[in-house]
Unconditional design. Structure first.
Length: 257
């Protein structure tokens, strides 16, 4: 694999010629504008051949895969508890297809992710008989489910949604988590990512610093069975305000403001 402008990265022996690092360019006389659609196609080619990708997400860089072996490799690189699930990288449309929510909870999810366009991890029951779910090998699916629920990150950014769209069209789910050693905090630039994480990636897309990192990077996660906050993350103050202002639902203050 190649790194634009960096002679230290050589051709990868395993897959096919592609840029390992995209858009981290040292020669700024001709700036390269990020192209999420084109980059998503390259990322998906790597994923569906069993590879691992590090990609920019609005809440920090993520590390993603499709195949079970690659997902296991991510868990080991992150030094993560293998029983801890990974989230599906999705979109509102995929959420509507796969998650099974009552009308009120579905409306709340739409308010937060469509009307207010906030990044959010939605944990909810899912349709076991959905064609994509039926196609996913059990050893892959078990990486993303717990107690009859599936976690899905929505509004993670255009590139993430494009990769998810390409995958779902071919009957795959993209899964992953933040690109960092467990407990070290999400990273908002590629330069911040630990070498052990970078080392396992087959392609790395560098769009520079990511925008949602207040009060901290990573996504806020809510269990929509009872609107319970599972993780306080980016934009939590806005999500908290919206739940009270528009839905009359009070959720706890962020314990680490």
């Amino acid at each position: 694999m190649w790194y634009l402008g960096d002679p230290r990265i050589a051709l990868h022996p395993l897959y096919f010629p592609l840029f390992r690092y995209l858009h981290n360019i040292t020669d700024m006389r001709t700036p390269k504008v990020p192209d999420p659609k084109a980059d998503a196609r390259q990322v998906f080619q790597v994923l569906k051949h069993g590879g691992i990708a590090i990609i920019p997400m609005d809440v920090g860089y993520g590390i993603i895969a499709i195949e079970q072996r690659a997902l296991t490799c991510i868990v080991k690189a992150k030094r993560r508890d293998p029983d801890k699930r990974q989230a599906v990288i999705g979109s509102y449309l995929l959420h509507r297809e796969i998650h099974a929510l009552p009308t009120r909870e579905a409306d709340i999810a739409r308010l937060l992710t469509v009307d207010l366009n906030l990044p959010l991890g939605v944990v909810a029951p899912y349709h076991f008989d959905h064609p994509i779910i039926q196609r996913i090998p059990s050893d892959v699916l078990e990486k993303g489910v717990m107690n009859g629920t599936l976690a899905m990150l929505m509004n993670a950014g255009e590139l993430a949604e494009e990769v998810s769209l390409l995958a779902s069209k071919e009957g795959h789910l993209v899964m992953g988590s933040s690109a960092n050693i467990t407990g070290a905090g999400s990273k908002i630039t590629v330069e911040d990512i630990e070498p052990d994480i970078l080392r396992v990636a087959d392609i790395i897309v560098d769009y520079g610093k990511q925008k949602f990192h207040y009060p901290r990077p990573s996504s806020t996660m809510i269990d929509f069975r009872n609107i319970e906050v599972l993780r306080y993350g980016a934009c939590y103050d806005v999500i908290q305000d919206a739940l009270w202002r528009f839905c009359g639902i009070k959720v706890p203050d962020d314990p680490v403001p």
